[in-house]
Design a protein around this ligand. Structure first.
Ligand code: PLP
Length: 395
């Protein structure tokens, strides 16, 4: 064989006896077929078959299988981000003339997508108060096709009664979709509580190291799976095996990371309660939280993300005080090893409810640093906040 040809062909070596614990990173756009007839019939290989790189590799299927097992789902699809999973979930199930009901506390990009793209495509979009299922029930119409929620709500952490929301949605012929990014499939099982669609921002806890973007869309049953898969194919959406391998590696330590961050975050939330600069600590695992009863009933554990609301005169001093932090980094996203804080606007993203408390609300994500050093950082921040408030008062 000419060297030029040898350079191009991949020699086949034996994989016999090679049995690693992890899955291989299978990189491919092209998949080759043994003959023309097999190629012609590639569309009939079914959801588990391989036909083209975009539609899955052994690496991505492995992550999908792990997520389906954790979610109790019939089928899971991987997407390039958590928000892509939310967007595809809505696009796949809605059409012109349909009515979409969104919890007022959904992830802001979901709200934006509904109000720009879905509205433009002829979907009617309405919001409801996530803590008043009477509000949800009263807004259901014969055209309502999807009820989309997040529990606890983004930033403000309201817990929803998911089994009741599912019953209301199903009674009206609609599907219930749940963005489960905060809890992860370890701490909440939306499908067991009645959800039809579950999305996860794998970018956060499941991957766990702030170095990859990915999302998942899981379905209660296989009925709609082919439609979702076909839509993703038409839109050209898939993920790389390299990225899936990173998420698979991160997922192996999800349990211990989440348990640690959850415990430390709850401890910090308890210590922050009653600090004079704070109006409220928003964390559903606190006994005093309005969502605590539902949280205890439905959740299997807590995550390391919670928020604090400041006294109105204190909130304005927040930016300067944040600069005093040495370990907590300032940044979007969360769920990695590094602790993060992010000042969040709220009232701009509410339409069925009114946010009357101070803004910005500070969201904290507790990572894996030494607990006492992290708490010292919180104290440093609170002292800087106190000094800034005092300086302002002395003027
Ligand atoms: C971050 C987040 C997402 C999106 O995840 P990306 O992978 O960053 O797109 C979706 N839902 C919630 C609740 C989130 O916090």
């Amino acid at each position: 064989m000419d060297d030029l040809t040898t350079c191009v062909l991949t020699p086949r070596v034996s994989t016999e006896g090679y049995d690693p614990l992890g899955v291989g990173v299978h990189r491919a756009s092209t998949i080759v077929f043994e003959d023309a007839a097999t190629y012609a019939a590639r569309g009939k290989r079914g959801p588990d078959g391989y036909s083209y790189g975009l539609y899955g590799s052994p690496t991505t299927r492995t992550l999908e299988a792990k997520l389906s097992a954790l979610e109790g789902a019939a089928r899971t699809f991987l997407l390039p981000s958590g928000q892509a999973a939310n967007a595809v979930a809505l696009l796949a199930f809605l059409t012109a003339g349909d009515h979409l009901l969104l919890a007022d506390t959904v992830y802001p990009p979901v709200r934006d997508m509904a109000l720009s793209d879905l509205l433009r495509m002829g979907v009617a979009v309405e919001f409801f108060d996530p803590v008043s299922l009477e509000d949800l029930e009263s807004k259901m119409t014969p055209q309502t096709r999807v009820v989309w929620v997040e529990s606890p709500g983004s930033t403000t952490m309201e817990v929803m009664d998911l089994p009741r929301a599912a019953a209301i949605a199903h009674a009206g012929g609609a599907l219930l979709g749940v963005d489960n990014t905060w809890a992860t499939p370890l701490n909440l099982k939306p499908i067991a509580l009645g959800a039809d669609i579950v999305t996860e921002g794998l970018t956060k806890y499941v991957s766990g190291h702030s170095d990859v973007l990915m999302g998942s869309l899981s379905l209660r049953d296989t009925g709609a799976a082919e439609a979702v898969r076909a839509l993703m194919g038409r839109m050209g959406i898939g993920v790389s095996s390299d990225d899936a391998a990173l998420v698979l590696r991160g997922s192996e330590t999800l349990g211990v990371r989440l348990r640690h961050s959850g415990r430390v975050a709850l401890e910090f939330a308890r210590r922050l309660q009653g600090r004079p600069q704070l109006a409220r600590v928003l964390h559903p695992a606190l006994e005093e939280d309005p969502g605590h009863a539902l949280f205890s009933r439905d959740f299997l554990g807590t995550s390391g993300v919670f928020s604090v609301v400041f006294q109105p005169d204190v909130a304005a001093r927040l930016p300067a005080a944040l600069d005093a932090l040495e370990l907590f980094a300032i940044g979007a996203s969360w769920g990695g090893t590094r602790s993060l804080v992010a000042p969040m606007p709220v009232s701009d993203y509410r339409s069925a409810t009114v946010w009357r408390e101070a803004e910005p609300v500070l969201r904290l994500s507790v990572g894996l640093e030494a607990e006492d050093e992290l708490w010292a950082d919180v104290e440093r921040f609170l002292a800087a906040l106190e000094n800034a408030t005092r300086r302002e008062a002395a003027r």
